[in-house]
Every structure is written in structure tokens, then in C-alpha cells.
Design a protein around this ligand. Structure first.
Ligand code: HEC
Length: 191
């Protein structure tokens, strides 16, 4: 061990280590103090849960219910600040915007697919939901192609897509409904 330069002297080393220790203690105190920040992890009563076929329901439970229902699973890290504070915020905002546990207050069972199409489908199709940072700790919430097809068919989004594609043909069909077999040829000519 060299003791020539003053920075390497035992006294300097000692000073440095007490300084590091002080910073560490302050950080620990801040961390502990942050745990006192009140976080509301209550799950209100399920008033009128969304009614949907089992396959649809299990997808939504997997991918959306932690933030958009009154059945949030509060995992261990939701008890540790600052993560807990961020999670509580997402659940609060998520429920305010859309709550599957109170869905039936506003809509009947038979209206549900259409309301889902109006309110939710776009956020799923564009990949906006589920929120990206939710996915790494919840790989089960990643929506597969199969999941997307189930939701698309249930809410009727696939019919909309077909309609868009068929629109020109449908128009022709109305105009020339007496020669159906010429329909395709005609639309090709006119396009
Ligand atoms: C990690 C929590 C979380 C998950 C999981 C989640 N959301 Fe959200 N969602 C939110 C939050 C927070 C908002 C409110 C965003 C805002 O107001 O800026 C929101 C907003 C929305 C909105 C409103 C969008 C808008 O533009 O205002 C819809 C619709 C929605 N979510 C649907 C879903 C669906 C469907 C799923 C499941 C496939 C899902 N969310 C999963 C947290 C989540």
C-alpha cells in the first residue's frame, strides 16, 4: 500500500467512508419515510361485472382487470414505495376511465359487445392498452394473435373490417342486383 499522496492516507480514506455512510443513512431514512405515504389499496365492491363469454372474460381478466376493475391483485411490490404510489395512481385513473366491475350499471348484457367496440377496441388494436410497462412483470397479459381474434370477433370489429372491404361491392349489388355474377367483373372494371 502506498502512502505517499495525501488522498490515499488512512485519514482521507476514513473521511471518505464516513461521508458515504452518511449519504447511505440519509437515503435509507428517505426510503423509510416514503413508506409512510398513504396508498389506498382498497378494492371496492363489484357492483355489476361485465358479462361476456368465458374466453373473452378470461382475456380481459388477464390483461385489464388489475387496472380496470374492483378486483385488482395487489402484489408484494405494490406495498413498497415508490412503486406502490405509481401503481395506485394507475389503478385510480384506470378505474375512473373504465371499470369492468361497474360496467353493467351503464349497459345491458346485449349492448356489451357494441359498447366494448366503441369504448375499448381501438385502445387494444393500437397497442395502447394494456400499458406497456405492465407487460414485463405480467407476461400473461400480453395479447396473442388468438386473443385479439377472439376479442375482435366478439365485439364485432371483424364485421366492420369486412364491411369496409365489401363496401364497393355492396353498392354495386344494390344497383345491379339482377346480374349477381357480373358484379365482380364490373367492380374490377370500374376500379
Ligand atoms: C397498468 C394498468 C392498466 C392496464 C393493465 C390496462 N389499462 Fe387501460 N388505462 C389505464 C390508465 C391509467 C388509463 C387512463 C389513462 C389516462 O387517463 O391518461 C387507461 C385508459 C384506458 C382507456 C381509455 C383510453 C383513452 O384514450 O382515454 C381504455 C379504453 C382502456 N384503458 C382499456 C384497457 C383495456 C381494454 C385493457 C386490457 C386489454 C387495459 N386498458 C389495460 C391503465 C391500464
Amino acid at each position: 500500500m502506498e502512502k505517499t499522496s495525501p488522498e490515499n492516507s488512512p485519514q482521507a480514506e476514513k473521511k471518505k467512508s464516513t461521508w458515504v455512510r452518511k449519504v447511505f443513512i440519509v437515503l435509507v431514512i428517505l426510503f423509510l419515510a416514503l413508506q409512510l405515504y398513504p396508498v389506498d389499496r382498497k378494492n371496492p365492491e363489484v357492483v355489476a361485472d361485465l358479462i361476456a363469454p368465458d374466453d373473452v372474460k378470461s382475456i380481459l381478466r388477464r390483461a385489464c382487470y388489475d387496472c380496470h376493475s374492483n378486483e385488482t391483485k395487489w402484489l408484494w411490490y405494490s406495498y413498497i414505495a415508490p412503486v406502490s404510489i405509481l401503481i395506485e395512481r394507475d389503478v385510480r385513473l384506470g378505474r375512473e376511465r373504465l371499470n369492468f366491475s361497474e360496467w353493467g350499471d351503464d349497459y345491458d348484457e346485449e349492448d356489451t359487445p357494441e359498447m366494448f367496440l366503441d369504448e375499448c377496441w381501438e385502445s387494444i388494436e393500437t397497442g395502447e392498452m394494456p400499458l406497456w410497462f405492465y407487460l414485463p412483470p405480467h407476461p400473461e397479459a400480453v395479447l396473442t394473435e388468438k386473443d385479439l381474434n377472439i376479442l375482435r370477433t366478439w365485439c364485432g370489429a371483424d364485421e366492420l373490417e369486412d364491411e369496409d372491404e365489401d363496401e364497393s361491392e355492396v353498392e354495386k349489388e344494390h344497383d345491379h342486383n339482377d346480374h349477381g355474377n357480373k358484379k365482380e367483373k364490373k367492380s374490377e372494371d370500374e376500379d
